[in-house]
Write a protein that binds this ligand. Structure first.
Ligand code: S3P
Length: 454
């Protein structure tokens, strides 16, 4: 049974909001604090289902984690200090690709065997990209070969002594990078990692904050010295720009809107969505920008404005491809909805990775746009959308994908009519308060309604 939401457009948003703690940073600080030598205190950690999965795994590995209301206290056990209750530990990553891929880097070097699994969506997500580098380091991992071609969860990881490698990843993925760097931290020797385009760099910045011996080169390549203990830390998690993106989009495309978003992470490897909107003429002001644990954090003031590709230098509209794709990867469903309201054509290329996210996001985005009466040309590695289009509302199935549920809720607010989001609950994977926040900021009252269980 799952809850549906009914969204009645047209509407606008107004007010201020603090979005939940950054999901990527939350996973990382929980994992790194769990292997630091001492007690860390973390405020603002995301309470989402994905981050809960990581905390549950860490607890099962024998690490004490206390939530005293104001902060999370994580009693780090050192690099090799995990002590699960049994010699074979069963871990559940739920829907979270970050949990399974990043934690595997730590599990590969332990003295016990772990079996890590997840939900039906996670079982369809490729793990060969971590099995390959970890195996080169000497790890023993058994993946599952299902109907699909390749390695999938559950993974059985027999902990081994690891050796350092120099690894050039074929995919620009921060989850793969994190997995290799965490394994490298526990391996003997110096590990290096490079990737075809720079993915989010939170792991590198955080390892540096915790005192690891790490060299981050301007090319994006990273070197890490193994067996170097980490210091505990008092860490404050900034707001998640990928969650803020839904509200930034809403305030931009819904006429008459103004929003203030507080304490948002503005790490340049995450702000591609803001850059793309700015290129289309959006009114987004950054205020009070400061550095926090090596990350940039600031407030955003967003007000509505008609977007157009006329300001872009390319002919035939705005083409997003190559190095920017990893930087906007989680925001592409929202960007597709925004594109329906842009004067001109927006095309996304080189984004085949979207097909192996929580859903096949090229397909689910196309289905959603068509369900609301819009038009989109679907391609193998992206899509093309010409606007502005009039959306008339309709029924969208989230396909269990949190970002699809949230992006199409915003689409519902721009549509001239009623939109129903089926399977809306999955928003809690990254943003449990999403509908509450949306209802609070939207007028007229009643534009965002819960339909109850189906
Ligand atoms: C993430 C990296 C990205 C992103 C995911 C979170 C991370 O995945 O899509 O939501 O925190 O490292 P990939 O590494 O598969 O690109």
């Amino acid at each position: 049974m799952s809850r549906s939401m009914r969204i009645k457009g047209p509407a606008r948003v107004e007010g201020s909001l603090s979005v939940p703690g950054d999901k990527s940073i939350s996973h990382r600080i929980a994992m790194l604090a769990s292997i630091a030598s001492g007690t860390s205190r973390v405020t603002g950690l995301a309470s989402s289902a994905d981050c809960k999965a990581t905390l549950d795994c860490i607890r099962k590995l024998g690490v004490a984690v206390e939530d005293n209301g104001a902060e999370l206290v994580i009693h780090g056990q050192g690099l090799f200090g995990y002590r699960p209750a049994a010699s074979l530990v069963d871990l559940n990553a739920g829907n979270s690709g970050s949990t399974i891929r990043m934690l595997s880097g730590l599990l590969a070097a332990q003295r016990f065997t772990s079996r890590i699994d997840g939900d039906a969506s996670l079982r369809r997500r490729p793990m060969g990209r971590i099995v390959e580098p970890l195996s080169l380091m000497g790890a023993q991992i058994e993946a599952t070969h299902g109907k699909l071609d390749g390695d999938f969860p559950p993974l059985t990881i027999h902990g081994q002594k690891l050796k350092a490698i120099d690894y050039a990843s074929r995919v620009a993925s921060a989850q793969v990078k994190t997995c290799v760097l965490l394994a490298g931290l526990l391996a003997e020797g110096r590990t290096s990692f490079s990737e075809p385009a720079l993915s989010r760099n939170h792991t590198e910045l955080m390892l540096k904050e915790l005192g690891a011996s790490i060299d981050i080169q301007s090319s994006g390549s990273v070197f890490i010295e193994g067996r170097h203990e980490l210091n505990p830390i008092d860490y404050r998690v900034p707001g998640d720009i990928s969650s803020a993106a839904f509200f930034i989009a809403a305030a931009t495309i819904l006429p008459g809107s103004t929003l203030l978003l507080n304490d948002v992470n503005l790490n340049p490897t995450r702000t591609g969505f803001l850059d793309v909107l700015a290129e289309l003429g959006a009114r987004i002001e950054r205020r009070n920008v400061r550095e926090q644990h090596g990350e940039l954090v600031g407030d955003l003031v967003v007000s509505s404005h008609q977007l157009t590709t006329e300001l872009t230098t390319e002919e035939g509209g705005l083409i997003l491809s190559g190095a920017i794709i990893p930087n906007i990867i989680d925001e592409i469903p929202m960007l597709a909805v925004v594109a329906t309201q842009v004067e001109g054509r927006v095309e996304v290329r080189d984004a085949k990775e979207l097909r192996v996210k929580e859903s096949d996001r090229i397909r689910t985005v196309a289905q959603g746009i068509r369900a609301l009466g819009g038009e989109i040309e679907e391609k193998e590695d992206g899509f093309s959308i010409s606007g502005p289009q009039r959306l008339i509302g309709g029924r969208v199935n989230s396909a269990g994908d949190h970002r699809i549920a949230m992006a199409f809720s915003i689409a519902g607010l721009i549509a001239d009519g009623m939109t129903e989001i089926e399977g809306a609950d999955c928003a809690s994977v990254s943003f449990p308060e999403f509908y509450k926040s949306l209802a609070m900021l939207t007028s007229p009252d009643g534009a965002v309604q819960t339909l109850g269980n189906r």
